[in-house]
Structures are given as structure tokens and as C-alpha cells.
Ligand binder design. Structure first.
Ligand SMILES: [Fe+2]
Length: 284
């Protein structure tokens, strides 16, 4: 099977490409220590990432591989699902080798090297996320064979891409619980980083597997709903779940929109929907 990998061609990046990286990198490294979870910030700092240049994947892998057995491989853009899952199942994280243009800093159609490397690789330094994403890759291959990819993809979306986690942090009234970012889709976005944690608009709801697998998501705008883990360790239990009985239950019952809040939800914050209402309605 063609695995879609290509050489990164690091020497081909232009001065403009590196300058775009620098802008994105400086914004996020200033912002995330206050908004991202401890594990993300530690991973970000332990990797050979700097404002000066787009990272060389070979240098990244020298640090990443000994830590969790993962490596970053270059691909030209989005790859077919089966190829993607096969990489993940083998602890290879496919990263777009291109970078967005300077006039696209906050908008991306396809994941680029900033999203894929800066957003994802810090969490791949964490053993729990390292195991979770590998097992997700295996689950993805199976879900594809049995026609359950839509439901499974919602798990990835609401964890690896847009997950929040609670963390104890020092506050004015002593140690308090705060919501922190671990999802790459948020962590690589300047505007969504603040939105996800601080905006009154979106819901923040306790993570529940079946609830998440019944919830559609938006790919074209900020999320209207984020799901919150109590601890990153919860991902390990999630990865070990036998999905077959869950898929069975999902064959009947409702599907939810991101705007829904259920009586059974563990609600951290009920959003007021103000941002979503200010946007054109788009089918979720
Ligand atoms: Fe991603």
C-alpha cells in the first residue's frame, strides 16, 4: 500500500515559510503556558522547536522516538483514512510538510506543518497520549471495515483535536480546578485557544464516550461544544474499551448537535451560544 510519505525537503522552505512559522510559534508559546495543560507545555518545551525555523523532522524524531516510540513522517497533505490509521497504528504521525501562507494565519483548509507538529507532537511526548493515538489507529482500521468510522472519528475529534482537561492550578482563593487545552486543533489556533477556555459561548461538558460518539461536530468554525476529561489518564481506559458493544448501542437512539445539552450531561459550563448565533447558520 502506498503510505503517502515523502521526504520533508527541509531545505526547500523559503524565508517566508520560516517567517510564518515564527509568527505562529511566538503567538502560541506566549499564550499556551496559561491555557494548555501541563503535559502539553512540558512536551512543547522538551522538543527541539524554536521560533527561528520550521523544525526538521529528523531532529524532532531524535527526541520523540526515545521518549514514546513515535516518529513524525512527512506527507503532502490529507491522506486517505486507511493510510492515516495505518500510520497511527504504527506510531508514525503523518505531518503535512507545507506551511500556510502569511495571509492564512488563522484559517486552514488542510492541516499544515504548524498544526501537525506544533499542535500534535507535544502531546505525543506524553506516554498516555502516545498509547491512545496508536490504539485509535488500530480502532480506526477496524471501524472502517465495519462502517463505524463516523462514530469513531467523533472520539478523535473531541479528544485529540479539541479536547479539554481539568487541572488544579493556583488561583486567588488557593488551588482551584481549571479547564486546560490538550487538543491539537485548539493548541495550534491562536483565536480558538482563548475561545475554548475563556469564551462564554461554547458548552463544556464532561466526557462520556457514548455521548461523544452521538455528537456531530463543526469543521468550519470554532466548536460549540467541548468535552472535558477529568484526567488525561482517562484516555487509557478509553483506548482499552471494546467498541463492539458501543457500536451496537449506537445503531439506535439519537444523534446530537453540538448545541445540545442533555439532562444527563455533567455540565462544567453551559454556553450562552452567543458566538454561534453571531455566525451564519451552517449545518453541523
Ligand atoms: Fe490534527
Amino acid at each position: 500500500m502506498n503510505d503517502y510519505t515523502i521526504p520533508q525537503h527541509w531545505a526547500h522552505y523559503s524565508a517566508t515559510d520560516h517567517a510564518v512559522w515564527k509568527t505562529l510559534f511566538e503567538r502560541q508559546t506566549a499564550l499556551l503556558p496559561q491555557l494548555a495543560c501541563r503535559e502539553f507545555v512540558e512536551g512543547m518545551r522538551a522538543l527541539p522547536l524554536s521560533a527561528e525555523a520550521i523544525p526538521d523532522f529528523a531532529a524532532l524524531n531524535e527526541v520523540l522516538m526515545p521518549r514514546t516510540g513515535w516518529q513524525v513522517v512527512a506527507v503532502p497533505g490529507l491522506v486517505p483514512d486507511e493510510v492515516f490509521f495505518n500510520h497511527l497504528a504504527n506510531r508514525r504521525f503523518p505531518s503535512g510538510n507545507f506551511i500556510r501562507r502569511a495571509d492564512q494565519l488563522d484559517y486552514l483548509q488542510e492541516p499544515d506543518v504548524f498544526h501537525d507538529v506544533f499542535g500534535h507532537v507535544p502531546m505525543l511526548m506524553h506516554p498516555v497520549m502516545a498509547d491512545f493515538i496508536q490504539l485509535y489507529g488500530e480502532a480506526g482500521l477496524r471501524a472502517q471495515r465495519i462502517g463505524k468510522l463516523t462514530e469513531l472519528a467523533r472520539v478523535y475529534w473531541y479528544t485529540v483535536e479539541f479536547g479539554l482537561v481539568t487541572e488544579l492550578v493556583p488561583g486567588e482563593a488557593g488551588i482551584q480546578e481549571a479547564l486546560r487545552i490538550y487538543g491539537a486543533g485548539i493548541a495550534s489556533s491562536f483565536t480558538e485557544s482563548g475561545f475554548a477556555v475563556q469564551s462564554p459561548s461554547p458548552h463544556r461538558i464532561g466526557f462520556d464516550l457514548e455521548r461523544v460518539m452521538r455528537t456531530r461536530y463543526r469543521i468550519d468554525d470554532f466548536q460549540e461544544c467541548y468535552f472535558v476529561l477529568d484526567s488525561l489518564d482517562d484516555l487509557l481506559a478509553l483506548a482499552r474499551i471494546d467498541f463492539d458493544p458501543v457500536y451496537e448501542r449506537l445503531n439506535s437512539g439519537p444523534t446530537y448537535t453540538p448545541a445540545d445539552v442533555l439532562a444527563t450531561d455533567r455540565v462544567f459550563q453551559q454556553g450562552d451560544g452567543s458566538y454561534a448565533r453571531s455566525r451564519l447558520p451552517v449545518a453541523a
